[in-house]
Write a protein that binds this ligand. Structure first.
Ligand SMILES: Nc1ncnc2c1ncn2[C@@H]1O[C@H](COP(=O)(O)OP(=O)(O)OP(=O)(O)O)[C@@H](O)[C@H]1O
Length: 764
């Protein structure tokens, strides 16, 4: 607007008549058309012309959008990063690619402040007051205009304050109580009127100190201080605008205000975080608090903040973990409540310190060692990064999963780099040079993973490494004479060649033969051997174990462990649809194996070709992932003269970005995983009438996804699938997240409540 006025002074409307917004349309109609453009595209509009830019910045634009119900609510979250600096994130709840995005520039002076006030008024965001250890409370106020995406210094608060409450009532900002430069600040409040662009100050002895939470209900502001640790009493007061005074609030209503509160449609909701996270609602007619439901501790990361948008409550916890609950669908009764959706956290942020995870694993290992029983290490590895789960486990809930003997535990700990667990196991008598069945010692494992700390510990205790595997080492070679190839039984055929069941030193193993079109091409053979040497360093219960390459063979043949039950493809073909519990348990197996690959150091291993054919089952029923990394070769089909995707149908599981030949990352495997989980519950692939390539094409260019019938897919599984096959790769969860979600669902199932799927929610 300033620019527009300034410009008209120089040029003048008489000299150059203003161009219409859209040629051939009167401006008022053009404005109505343009105002319909969603907010995420406003930046694009601004680049069209100066007039359009000024229009998007103008109050007229804002008023027009509001008048026609076109205005959109975005959520802003003020956070503190690991360097204790203030940072602000924004979320567009209506976007199909919902993700928290960081706002670039914040006023530099407020970056290190604490106790800053933060409030939204119309299209403006206000950052008020705050203090630092080296700076008293300030009255500085900054204003962010969402329309032109810029911060400006605004009129300062009447009173310098920090750690105060902020609310908006009757289009005015209230900055209430907190701490300041003198003792009267906690009993005072300032109001900001945008019409006069000024602050005014007031005081009232009833305002409580140390305000912990606030909300506006029925045209009144409620504030409460922390609960008394002795009496558990909640103390709150309410502001009556008619008299301009603060009075004691309704005791019954306030009694349930035990956590962060939010108002939806003039109804008060509170998230009680005292044990787990429970959503409750104040029924003003019955004058009592009603339990709405519990949110899984796997999904929420307290302490949380609540924000209401329409009928949805956004529960935003640590690390901006966000779940959305639609209160019109939430039902009540206090049972487990599944959020309507979940906003994936920013993939780049992982605030959990590694040490915490390590300690947690060690704790469990100690428990198991002391009780003389076997160990359960893997579950700790995958669960350790969620505070909620740690608490749950510490309360004595056993993780489900496999037990490990001391030797296997030591091998696992060495390859995972669990220093403390390695020390514990050695102290408790584990053999430092115990060989696994592939002839490797814990030191071989630690070296191949470059876990230097673990290597030092093992070397100091006499650890040796007979295999001598390091990153440059060639593939472990197996003497041809040790393998009985004459009695080989053909068990399958894939893109690279045939697979045989053979005996190696008396043990049944799978021998994979590689087509001569690859083996005779030195470059291809080299790449292949490199991939195999990476595979040989991996060991995980959900990864098929690589054994070695046959030495002096005229063909390229490598051996892996033999999985008697065949592939998941065979299982689904034979059994059809799996029951929910089996599907979840299988999905967990795959996710754990994949998580191990994705967390591989120094570089993540991307499978690229995760399909039911590449998931095999052992005799005990456990699923293992195989053939990762090898698909890199298959993509270069022209040079090697063979084709990965057509025959085995990998196109059906291909992420859109791979099909479109765009750059891609780990999340391509998450996409494939979703289709496998979908298939397990459905009994086979969807769109069977179409060719695999047609299916992939539609997924890539028409965003088509398999149907999710409510009769088959319970709500939490639907949610998970939608997240995993999200068209934006950045919005897909990691396998670590997937494991947590699946474990939560599995736990609910095991608790005996079962799941009844219905169209809108899951009743547990
Ligand atoms: N280690 C194994 N133990 C038991 N059966 C196996 C093993 N490896 C492979 N198979 C069987 O052999 C079949 C062919 O395997 P292979 O890995 O060569 O091809 P694929 O996975 O079916 O297809 P692609 O090569 O395109 O990934 C599998 O479907 C499976 O039934």
């Amino acid at each position: 607007m300033d620019n527009l006025e300034g410009e008209s002074e120089v040029i003048g409307p008489m000299e150059r008549p203003q161009e219409p917004l859209i040629y051939g349309l009167p401006d008022d109609i053009a404005l109505l058309c343009l105002a319909r453009v969603p907010r995420e595209y406003h930046t694009v509009l601004k680049f069209v012309s100066r007039r359009w830019r000024d229009l998007v910045h103008s109050e007229e634009w804002h008023t027009c959008r509001r008048k026609h119900n076109l205005d959109e609510t975005w959520i802003y979250a003020l956070c503190r990063d690991k360097f204790e600096q203030v940072c602000c994130y924004v979320l567009d709840p209506s976007s199909s690619r919902r993700c928290w995005k960081q706002m670039r520039e914040l006023p530099s002076r407020s970056l290190l402040r604490k106790g800053v006030g933060f409030e939204v008024l119309g299209k403006r965001l206000y950052l008020m007051g705050g203090c630092r250890w080296s700076e008293d409370a300030t009255d500085e106020t900054y204003c962010y205009d969402a329309a032109n995406n810029s911060w400006t210094e605004a009129n300062p608060l009447s009173t310098a304050r920090c750690y105060f409450a902020c609310q908006v009532l009757d289009q005015k900002i209230y900055a209430i109580g907190g701490l300041g430069l003198n003792s009267s600040v906690p009993q005072s409040w300032d109001t900001f009127d945008p019409c006069t662009n000024s602050w005014s100050s007031h005081s009232d002895g009833n305002i409580i100190p140390e305000i912990e939470d606030s909300f506006v209900l029925g045209g009144k502001i409620y504030i409460r201080c922390g609960r008394s640790a002795v009496t558990n009493h909640v103390y709150a007061v309410v502001y009556e605008p008619s008299s301009g005074t603060w009075q004691h609030a309704d005791a019954d209503m306030i009694s349930g205000w035990q956590g962060p509160a939010v108002v939806v449609d003039e109804t008060l909701y509170v998230l009680d975080e005292s044990s787990g996270t429970r959503l409750t609602m104040w029924d003003k007619d019955l004058r009592e608090w009603m339990a709405i439901g519990r949110l899984s501790p796997l999904l929420t990361r307290p302490p949380c903040k609540l924000v209401a948008v329409g009928k949805s409550i956004y529960v935003i916890g640590k690390g901006r973990s966000t779940v959305v609950v639609d209160v019109s669908n939430a039902g009540n009764g206090g049972g487990m409540m599944y959020p309507n959706s979940r906003i994936p956290k920013n993939p780049s942020s992982n605030p959990t310190p590694a040490l915490k995870r390590l300690r947690f694993k060690a704790t469990l290992a100690v428990q198991k060692i002391d009780s003389g029983g076997p160990f359960r290490l893997l579950q700790c590895a995958s669960k350790g990064d969620k505070a909620g789960v740690i608490q749950e486990l510490e309360k004595g809930v056993e993780p489900n999963g496999a037990d490990y003997d001391r030797r296997t535990a030591l091998h696992l700990a060495s390859s995972e780099g669990w220093t403390e667990v390695v020390v514990l196991l050695l102290e408790k008598g584990a053999d430092v040079n115990s060989l696994d069945r592939w002839g490797r010692t814990p030191l071989s494992d630690a070296r191949s993973f470059r876990h230097h700390e673990v290597c030092k510990i093992l070397e100091a205790r006499g650890g040796t490494d007979p295999v001598g595997v390091d990153s440059q080492a060639p593939c472990f070679e197996i003497d041809h004479s040790e393998v009985v190839m004459d009695e080989a039984t053909l068990i399958g055929e894939g893109a690279y060649g045939e697979v045989y069941l053979v005996k190696w030193r008396g043990t049944e193993v799978a021998a994979k033969t590689i087509r001569s079109s690859i083996a005779s091409n030195p470059k291809a053979k080299n790449t292949f051997l490199k991939e195999l040497s990476l595979w040989q360093r991996l060991r995980h219960p959900n990864i098929v174990q690589f054994l070695g390459v046959l030495k002096h063979s005229d063909r390229l043949i490598f051996l892996t462990e033999y999985l008697r039950n065949g592939s998941l493809y065979d299982i689904l073909k034979k059994k059809g649809r799996l029951d929910l519990q089996t599907a979840i348990s299988y999905a967990l197996d795959i996710a754990r194996g994949m998580n191990y690959l994705h967390e591989h150091k120094p570089h993540a291993i991307i499978h690229r070709d995760l399909t039911p054919r590449n998931v095999l089952q052992d005799e005990a029923g456990r699923l293992k992932v195989t053939d990762f990394g090898l698909s890199k070769l298959a993509q270069e089909k022209d040079s090697y003269g063979y084709k990965m995707t057509g025959g085995t149908g990998s196109y059906r599981y291909m992420a859109p970005e791979v099909y479109r030949r765009e750059s891609y990352g780990k999340s391509v495997d998450v996409f494939s995983f979703a289709l496998i989980l979908h298939e397990m519950l459905q009994g086979g692939p969807s769109n069977r009438t179409e060719t695999a390539e047609e299916v992939a094409d539609k997924r890539a260019y028409e965003d088509s996804r398999p149907a999710l019938s409510s009769f088959i897919y319970p709500e939490p599984i639907k949610m998970l699938l939608k997240e995993c096959w999200h068209k934006n790769p950045d919005c897909r969860p990691t396998f670590g997240d997937i494991i947590l979600q699946l474990e939560g669902i599995e736990q609910e199932f095991k608790n005996g409540r079962g799941m009844t799927a219905c169209s809108s929610c899951v009743v547990l």
